[in-house]
Design a protein around this ligand. Structure first.
Ligand code: SF4
Length: 350
């Protein structure tokens, strides 16, 4: 039987029954602009009979991606404004992003780095050495966040070398990966890779990007279990997306599925202003209503922080609902607090 490969072109998506013949020409234009890759594990999840399928919405190109709004931005979270050397983003005092690659196993249609991911790599070994030197010479860096692209697509040998270099930097105490690989290609989360990404002497976290409970297949759950069993702490990061997880049922299901996999929901991102993604964004009020619903209906373990990355590189701010109001004048200890059912209660704080 022929090996099923990652689908990387409109023709291959068409052949796999994921797009209709009439859409090919428009989608060729999308694919020429933004990278396309759909690995077999995710292609198999798409319900070809459902035009509103939440998996297809995330990964199959859409002609609306050619419509760039006036307020959409090539660098929506302002990485470039905080990049002292190639591959490093130093936005907050105690932590940096280290971008190891521009490649991903799957290209998400809403990606906030869609102008750079999947494009030819502009930096190589010398740039990585300079980035590691930057971390070495900045004692205030407590945490290194390995991102990209998807850092786990690198070979185990290269990942081991990076982790060994970070392991030798005494002021770095925490290493965090952000990845889609356990969902996109779970078989690549091998015991050897898991050993390689555990930085010696550092707390190692893996933030797994998941937007719908269906992405957590048996194989993906097994991949996450391999990491959790090896002592890696797992976090969940999700993006609020129209038609994917913007209903209470879908959001509750997602958060519960994450927790069942020992993945603590960490961030629910409001979708960034990436070019050609307005059809996937929701209003902030929708996100706040979903957060209220989570608070009332699912375990405290299932509560992520709903955050917005402020355009221009100003960092993340929590934008979830507020449950507390001061009842008196400034300086008063008297508050009104709302419970999960919407009832309000007076509270004297001292
Ligand atoms: S895996 Fe992450 S970096 Fe890669 S396309 Fe998806 S959102 Fe972007």
């Amino acid at each position: 039987m022929a090996k099923i490969r990652t689908l990387r072109s409109v023709a291959q998506l068409r052949e796999a029954g994921l797009i209709r013949a009439g859409r090919v020409a428009a989608l060729e234009e999308v694919a020429a602009r933004y990278a396309v890759a759909l690995p077999p594990a995710l292609a198999a999840l798409v319900d070809r009979d459902d035009p509103q399928d939440p998996i297809a919405k995330q990964f199959v190109p859409d002609a609306r991606e050619l419509e760039t709004g006036a307020h959409e931005l090539a660098d929506p979270i302002g990485d470039d404004a905080h990049s002292p050397v190639p591959g490093i983003v130093h936005r907050y005092p105690d932590r940096v992003l280290l971008k190891l690659t521009q490649t991903c196993a799957v290209y998400c249609r809403f990606c906030f780095r869609r102008e750079t991911v999947g494009k030819p790599q502009t930096s190589g070994r010398a740039a990585l050495a300079a980035a590691l030197d930057y971390i070495r010479t900045h004692n205030e860096i407590w945490e290194v966040i390995l991102t990209g692209g998807d850092p786990l697509v690198l070979s185990t040998r290269r990942l081991r070398a990076v982790l060994q270099a970070l392991g030798a930097i005494t002021h770095v105490k925490v290493v965090r990966f952000h990845t889609r690989l356990p969902i996109a290609e779970p078989v690549r989360i091998t015991p050897d890779l898991v050993r390689a990404i555990k930085a010696s002497g550092k707390a190692t976290y893996v933030a797994v990007h998941v937007n719908h409970a269906r992405e957590l297949t048996d194989a993906a759950r097994a991949a996450c279990a391999r990491m959790a069993d090896a002592g890696l702490a797992l976090l969940g990061q999700s993006v609020l997306l129209a038609g994917v997880n913007d209903t209470p049922e879908a959001m509750r299901g997602l958060m519960r599925a994450l927790v069942e996999c020992r993945i603590k929901p960490y961030y629910l991102h409001h979708a960034d202003l990436a070019p050609g993604t307005s059809h996937l964004r929701t209003d902030i009020a929708t996100g706040q209503a979903l957060m209220r619903d989570l608070r009332g209906h699912v375990s405290g373990l299932c509560q992520p922080a709903y955050v917005l990355d402020i355009p221009g590189g100003h960092g993340k701010s929590p934008i979830g609902p507020n449950y507390l109001e001061r009842a008196g004048s400034n300086g008063s200890a008297h508050y009104v607090v709302e419970d999960f059912g919407g009832s309000r209660h007076h509270y004297l704080s001292r």
